[in-house]
Write a protein that binds this ligand. Structure first.
Ligand code: LER
Ligand code: MN
Length: 268
């Protein structure tokens, strides 16, 4: 397993990702700390200079395990389960542009808050339909999508791994898997390690934060037991730190790396 850190490529209202201005400075800092990857939160890929981004990533030796898309909902209200067909179409179009970017960067595309906050049968049906369309496009482009169960205080649609797996069954596409975020899982899963086992080979990506969404080690989440369950299913992907800027973002990034080095050495 490898560590990455979540960074926003533009200012954002979502507080658990870093945006401190210059992207290059952040990439340099993350690489210097020893992270092997950077997860990018991208509201709209159209606003990015992809050539320059690829040069920077290559220069700092950073992989991009995944691209976050939730800002398109938070900042613009685009949602895959929106009752308005016009907004759903725009949300699907936006995810397709994230898929194009992901293909360039060798990344996966996160389906998190872009599904909106409404629960119930109709939003779920609309979401499955929209996600199916995104999955067909992703399969054509050779890109994976990861559906992230999110805690009940942020959305009513898909809070648990079990609900996520049911959606995957309905979509029936090999390119769609799950993203487990320890902050959400700690709130919603009966027993996080069991949920990891249930997800098994469908677990494509992981977000890490402690129980209070601060850096690992700042709360009471049992990372030793969690990593044991990931090893047991043969998970070899990234652990992406998506954490609050506490006491500030640089210190949080430093403390995350220090926690894993001190607790697990090279064995993560
Ligand atoms: C995003 O990865 C996340 O965890 C949510 O809290 C917001 O989209
Ligand atoms: Mn997350």
């Amino acid at each position: 397993m490898k560590l990455s850190f979540v960074v926003s490529v533009q200012p954002t209202r979502f507080e658990a990702v870093a945006y401190e201005g210059e992207l290059e400075k952040q990439l340099a800092f993350i690489a210097e700390l020893g992270y092997q990857g950077v997860e990018l939160a991208v509201r709209d890929p159209a606003s990015l200079d992809v050539g320059n981004l690829k040069r920077l990533l290559q220069g700092y030796g950073l992989a991009v395990p995944a691209i976050g898309t939730g800002q398109a909902y938070i900042e613009e209200g685009l949602s895959l389960a929106h009752p308005s067909g016009e907004i759903r179409t725009r949300a699907i179009g936006r995810i397709k542009s994230h898929i194009d970017l992901a293909r360039e960067l060798g990344a996966m595309v996160i389906i998190g808050l872009i599904r909106g906050e409404e629960g119930g049968d109709e939003p779920r049906r609309l979401f499955v339909e929209a996600l199916g369309e995104c999955a067909s496009y992703a399969a054509e482009k050779g890109v994976k999508l990861v559906l992230e169960p999110i805690n009940r205080y942020e959305t009513k649609l898909i809070n648990t791994v079990e609900e996520g797996l049911a959606i995957l069954d309905e979509i029936g596409s090999d390119v769609v898997g799950l993203l487990l975020d320890t902050f959400h899982a700690n709130i919603e899963e009966p027993w996080v390690e069991d949920s990891v086992r249930k997800a098994g080979g469908k677990l494509f990506h992981v977000h890490i934060a402690d129980s209070n969404r601060r850096f690992p080690g700042a709360g009471h989440f049992d990372f030793r037991s969690f990593l044991g369950s990931l090893r047991a299913i043969g998970y070899e992907g990234f652990l992406s730190a998506e954490i609050l800027p506490w006491p500030d973002m640089n210190e949080a990034a430093r403390r995350t790396m220090a926690f894993f080095r001190e607790s697990f050495g090279q064995e993560i």
